[in-house]
Design a binder for this molecule. Structure first.
Ligand SMILES: Nc1nc2c(ncn2[C@@H]2O[C@H](COP(=O)(O)OP(=O)(O)O)[C@@H](O)[C@H]2O)c(=O)[nH]1
Ligand SMILES: [Mg+2]
Length: 342
């Protein structure tokens, strides 16, 4: 799991950020952190997943009051009930139960053996290809960010933008959520903190025109990335989807082949509701990857399992707090481990 903080020493100022020339492609590639030695990395993910682990790990430990425990139907039923408390859903929980039954039924087992099996099963359920951020053959790479209101879009853009600039890339932000004045202001503050360009329209301006101008600006200044924020709510859901479609078309006209990445931001505290959010967006908005925000505030981090199960979309990043550096490239191995151990 690659963390933004890995190469930096002290604060979040853009000057310091600019001194970390690590390539984003590598930083956004799952597993790359292991090559860094990754000392503080698991610690950070572990603290981000604390609430979920408290539910999952503690509950499972409770099943082992004595030294060992016989794996019978009663045990498997209790295990299942505990698994689904993390909002992982019945499909993934069933698979875990079956795997534990397959390996241990009729035997007296120790906690560590069961934890190990569950960790392995979660890891294999989460395995995915193409976890890294897309990159166009020639710059700019255009990233569109979509999701319901309050899911964490603008904050995730700020973190991603910080990460990219910290790794030596230039970028232009586009304040495409013109539906709410506060959203433009919020992204402008992020741009100021990061020290990058931003394109804004007047309140109520056509979001597609802001998106167009953002790509235009990125081409003009030779930026590596253009990242475009969008509204999470319009008068109706179908209005919103039409708007996103229009934005995609307009961007694609200005720069054929773009957007190269459409990131769907989901709120991990919403648990299973995040699934219905994803259903609403994924096909209509042409999503290419998921950002699972607010894992740190959620005891429902297990929701990543049904998200991976039900959508043909890789989870690319996880949000672990409100700060500039509180985001990580998603890596199934570290995630499974942080979910159960520690
Ligand atoms: N704890 C925590 N809070 C977050 C995270 N991402 C976003 N938030 C907070 O969630 C709220 C909504 O985020 P915002 O980016 O404005 O959502 P948007 O409406 O989708 O743009 C804000 O208060 C953010 O600070 C995260 O990873 N962890
Ligand atoms: Mg926003």
């Amino acid at each position: 799991m690659a963390f933004w903080r890995s190469k930096k020493t002290n604060d979040e100022s853009p000057e310091n950020a600019a001194q970390a020339p690590e390539a984003v492609e590598s930083a956004a590639t799952p597993g790359s952190a292991k090559k860094d030695g990754g000392g503080g990395i698991l610690t950070k993910l572990s603290s981000g997943l604390q609430k979920t682990r408290r539910v999952l790990g503690t509950d499972i430990r409770d099943l082992f009051k004595s030294e060992g425990r016989l794996v019978d139907e009663e045990f498997l039923g209790e295990l299942f009930a505990r698994l689904i408390r993390t909002d992982m859903g019945t499909g993934p929980a069933n698979k875990i139960r079956e795997e534990v039954a397959r390996q241990f039924r009729g035997r007296v087992v120790h906690l560590e053996e069961v934890i190990q099996t569950i960790t392995e099963e979660i890891r294999s359920q989460l395995r995915q290809d193409h976890g890294g951020l897309a990159k166009s053959e020639s710059p700019p790479t255009v990233i569109l960010v979509v999701g319901v209101n309050g899911s964490g879009k603008t904050t995730s853009i700020g973190k991603l933008a910080h990460h990219l600039t910290a790794n030596g890339h230039s970028l232009v932000l586009g304040a495409g959520d013109t539906f709410r004045a506060a959203a433009v202001e919020q992204l402008t503050i992020w741009a100021g903190r990061i020290g990058c360009e931003i394109v804004t329209g007047k309140s109520g301006a056509d979001p597609a025109s802001v998106a167009y101008q953002t790509v235009d600006k990125a081409i003009e200044v030779g930026a590596d990335y253009a990242i475009i924020d969008t509204a999470g709510r319009l008068q109706t859901q179908s209005n919103l989807m039409q708007e996103l479609q229009k934005i995609r078309n307009v961007i694609g006209k200005r720069l054929p082949g773009s957007p190269h990445e459409v990131l769907l931001v989901l709120d991990a505290t919403a648990g299973q509701n995040a699934i219905s959010q994803a259903k609403g967006f994924s096909a209509a908005a042409g999503c290419t990857g998921i950002v699972l925000a607010k894992l740190d505030g959620s005891a429902k981090g297990g929701v990543v399992l049904p998200i991976r199960e039900q959508f043909q979309l890789p989870v690319k990043f996880v949000g672990l707090g409100e700060g500039m550096q509180d985001m990580a490239a998603f890596d199934p191995d570290s995630f499974a481990e942080a979910l159960l151990k520690g």
